[in-house]
Design a protein around this ligand. Structure first.
Ligand code: ADP
Ligand code: MG
Length: 623
């Protein structure tokens, strides 16, 4: 007797449902996608008890006639594709014709739908996959689907559901994705009879983000510069449009929850895109933090396969490297574009500046002697002393105070009689206007700009300046090297040796003179001049340990950046190094000239702005 049997239709669809309908959030996802595909302008979602007891999605889309409504509940019945070749260029969110029958097979299901202009609509009630009622209905044009008692007939699956709260949150996240992906559609979301949000149809992504997260969020985002990419890659036949909004450098989250990526309007999770975001934000975010991104890729539909994941959550790119490069490039250009608005904050006149106040410079109430008391007695401290070592002079990062022929001229000190006449505000060179007030705790430079108070971490600022200087030199292959008196050879375990082999060229660009000297043996005969190490072998060992596990290893330039970031820190002005006034001024100006001035190469902020409004609020002048 044969032991193999054909599964009854309802059982078969329950098996398939397991893939499409994992949890209430997948029900919401599939229903909302259907509404979007049906051209809805407005979608209302209501859930109860985490969506387990009740989900309802109402849309004002095309609706269906009676025949289509019945057909939509058959497996593999879809209006969206006709042949296998259509799968190669999918322009709709759905295409498999599986969602409705799958959901209906694992719930108590009701579909009510009506085409605009039709005299009557159709109502269908299905329990556990079996049609119970089909009748005329009188709802408004559009479609509503109700799903009750999800998995009531699949206790095994029900057991895998999390708490109602967790399931509700997953649903809400799902609706956020759809709402951000389709700003022109109005959404309402009601959870357990409480209105969670009501989003009007928005003209653009900015308005949608403001409605959903508030205007503070919007202030922290930059519009993605995708056009630049097209110019940069005219040779690439596969055109990728990149748009959306992304967090400024330093704007981050502990989780990936607000790292949203859309490909042709579909929210997807993609290792290719996550890696590209990590790389694009390299040195702009702290370790372990995730960027905030609402990134939209539009790409020729034939260049991306969406038919690879049961829940259509992942895609496969035909040219993943091309996509990655394009995203990295546009992220970096976007982050750097943010510095212009930042600089503007330092070029408008401050209220306390002599020009603005109409006062002569000498009337300034600032009293430098009280601010930089120690400096006069320690001329060679701080940056000045650091420059004395071969480090800074070797890379040409020499503050003016050091090269100035007459040091007395630039040292602000108690016993400098000419000093009081010198303006403290910096109106110099590039019309930057900020007012240095003093230094707190020998670490934080206090300044005033047009917006209010600015605190600069002098150590972090110096790290950023040195980092960009060295990176520039690395790109031009111009890192000055220092020959070792005696070249050294060293052995490595095979995996480390392999890592060196693979990254040899970038190490050489970095100014490390290294070459193979046997199967797992290497010879090193020079090091970057900015390094201050007496033990090159130990240094190499540390470089390998630091970098081989690094995520940056996917790209040689990022690897070089990482290496610089790690060495720069040891050379930047230490906290507690008192700086002379002009050194501070130069530091700030150099910082403002950086590509990413607002964070150090490890992603920590270099400056904190406290606005007039915030101060007024704190002092109770304004509520
Ligand atoms: P798919 O979306 O993959 O085509 P579904 O099972 O989700 O498969 O839906 C089957 C068909 O039912 C769709 O192709 C569409 O024609 C129709 N349909 C489903 N939901 C709606 C809706 N909200 N409005 C109009 N038509 C719908
Ligand atoms: Mg569908």
């Amino acid at each position: 007797m044969s032991r193999i049997r054909l599964l009854p239709e309802t059982v078969a669809s329950q098996v398939a449902a397991g893939e499409v309908v994992e949890r209430p959030a997948s029900v919401v996802k599939e229903l909302v996608e259907n509404s979007i595909d049906a051209g809805a302008r407005k979608i209302d979602i209501l859930i109860r008890r985490g969506g387990i007891s009740f989900v309802r999605v109402i849309d004002d889309g095309s609706g269906m006639d009676r025949d289509d409504a019945l057909l939509s509940l058959e497996r593999h019945a879809t209006s969206k594709i006709r042949s296998a070749s259509d799968l190669e260029a999918i322009a709709t969110l759905g295409f498999r014709g599986e969602a409705l029958p799958s959901i209906a097979s694992v719930s108590r299901f009701r579909l009510a739908t009506r085409e605009a202009g039709a005299i009557a609509g159709t109502e269908i009630i299905i329990n556990g996959g079996k049609i119970d009622i089909v009748r005329e209905g009188g709802e408004a044009p559009g479609t509503q689907v109700e799903v009750r008692s999800l998995f009531y007939n699949l206790p095994a699956r029900r057991k895998f559901l999390r708490s109602e709260n967790t399931e509700s949150r997953k649903i809400e996240h799902q609706i956020h994705l759809q709402a951000i992906g389709h700003p022109q559609i109005a959404f309402t979301f009601v959870r357990d009879d409480r209105l969670v949000f009501q989003l009007p149809a928005a003209a653009n992504l900015n308005d949608r983000i403001r409605d959903l997260y508030g205007s503070e969020m919007l202030d922290r985002l930059l519009p993605v510069n995708g056009e630049a990419f097209d110019k940069a890659c005219p040779e690439r036949s596969q055109r990728i449009d990149i748009g959306g909004l992304i967090g400024r450098a330093g704007v981050s989250r502990q989780t990936r929850d607000q790292q949203l990526t859309f490909v042709n309007g579909r929210a997807i999770e993609s290792p290719v895109l996550s890696a590209a975001l990590r790389e694009g934000y390299h040195t702009a975010l702290m370790k372990g933090q995730y960027s905030v991104t609402f990134l939209f890729l539009n790409i020729d539909p034939t260049a991306v396969d969406v038919n690879v994941h049961p829940a259509k959550r992942e895609v496969r790119f035909r040219d993943p490297n091309g996509v990655r490069e394009a995203v990295v490039r546009s992220i970096r250009q976007t982050l750097e574009s943010g510095r212009e608005t930042w600089r503007e904050k330092f070029s408008a006149p401050t209220s306390a500046s002599p020009e603005a106040a109409g006062q002569p410079v000498a009337d300034l109430t600032l009293r430098p002697p009280a601010i930089f008391p120690e400096v006069a007695h320690r001329e060679l401290s701080g940056l000045g002393a650091a420059v004395g070592d071969r480090g800074y002079s070797a890379v040409g990062l020499v503050p003016p105070s050091v090269v100035a022929p007459n040091r007395d001229d630039v040292v602000a000190g108690v016993d400098d009689p000419g000093r009081a006449q010198r303006p403290i505000s910096s109106t110099a060179a590039n019309s930057q206007q900020f007012q240095i007030i003093g230094v707190l705790n020998k670490l934080y430079v206090l300044m005033e700009n047009a917006d209010g108070l600015v605190l600069v971490d002098q150590h972090a600022a110096h790290e950023r300046i040195l980092f960009e200087e060295l990176r520039g030199r690395m790109e031009e292959q111009g890192v000055p090297t220092q020959r070792l008196l005696i070249p050294q050879t060293f052995d490595l375990p095979p995996r480390d040796a392999d890592w060196i082999e693979r990254n040899m060229s970038i190490l050489q660009k970095m100014g490390i003179g290294i070459e193979g000297f046997g199967p797992n043996t290497f010879k090193i005969d020079s090091l970057p001049a900015f390094l201050n190490t007496s033990d090159p072998v130990h240094f190499m060992q540390r470089v390998i340990d630091d970098l081989k596990s690094s995520s940056a290893s996917s790209s040689p330039m990022r690897l070089g950046e990482e290496m610089i970031a790690k060495t720069v820190c040891r050379h930047a002005v230490k906290a507690n190094d008192p700086l002379r006034y002009l050194e501070i001024e130069k530091l700030i100006q150099d910082l403002l000239a950086c590509d990413l001035p607002y964070c150090c190469p490890h992603g920590r902020p270099t400056m904190i702005q406290i606005s007039h409004a915030e101060l007024e609020k704190k002092f109770g002048r304004k509520v």
